[in-house]
Design a binder for this molecule. Sequence first.
Ligand code: ADP
Ligand code: MG
Length: 362
Amino acid sequence: MKLSNLGEFGLIHAIQQLSSERSPGTMIGIGDDAAVLKIGPAKLLLATTDMLIEDVHFDLSYTDFYSLGWKSASINLSDIAAMGGVPRFCLTALALPAHIPVKAVMDFYRGFNALLRIHKTVLVGGDTCSSKGGLVISVTALGEAKKRTLISRTGAKRGDRIFVTGTLGDSGAGMELLKAGIRRQKTEARRQESGVRSKDRKSAIRIPQSAMRALIERHLRPEPRVEWGRRIAMSGCASSMIDVSDGLSSDLSHLCEESGTGALLFGDRIPFSAALLRSADQLRKPPLDYALSGGEDYELLFTVPLTRMKTLEALRIPVTEIGTITTGKAMLQVNEAGKKIPLQPTGYNHFKGIKNCPKRST
Ligand code: ADP
Ligand code: MG
């Protein structure tokens, strides 16, 4: 069978079936945001690893090395945050093509360590080798959690309300703007080469500079919601949690699958930033599409039983209620008057290259 038939998640499932031996210390193995390993009667070690490949996850024509380091750290810490844990240590493995300057690698680690410093996490090791292809980055993050407050993907129950922190869609829109910028530069360069004067001023994207900067910043330097994740966990209000890395449609589907539930998602309640709303008429897709399938927002998606809504409120974290857990399938209701349609997981899936889905960049 071809990888493209199985898809990323089918492949992970097959690996999971082949590797089902458990040690007594494995509380959660393959299948959640991070593995959960017992290291004491009440203490848990969280372990997660993510790989970033040039031209699959990031594009060096519009990504600076400082941001690349920052983001490599961020996406791993986000997986620790999604379990309600506290990140402590990181390891990095790099496969470097010979043409990459030393300064670029130093910039990568400046960005990487800047993000770690914010979350009191340290780099403790890794591996370095040469690459005959593109740049490959692998980051492992280790964190800790208490048995009592750990949140996995599996605990959602019918009737629980679905919440998301912050806003969604900025990262996908930011990536589109970066790509459009590169396309324009190339067109301009071709025009200059051929001596033709630029007349196509109409195609320029007219988005206020501040909004453009905000969207791009969220794509290149996402913030892992470590502190919010920890506070949600400590309060005990959430029954399940996942971070939004692949896109709301895919990540909600993962959560439902692991919990054995369905969901009803209200499309008209998805929170968008002011920057995305101000840019909406200049972008190729409506904000909801970026939220559902853009991915890389690294917000936390979690469920709260009705009896614990007050506990969540008391935390005063910026969250929005966007749906309800059901026993049926995952469904989307685009607006209040609209009918319910099946929620297709249109976020990024390696090997499948899903339709309507931008290539994941960084
Ligand atoms: P996330 O988007 O949160 O990083 P992934 O979709 O990458 O999660 O992975 C889902 C689960 O599958 C995780 O538990 C991860 O550890 C596991 N996993 C992914 N790829 C592999 C692999 N090649 N071998 C073993 N486990 C894997
Ligand atoms: Mg995750």
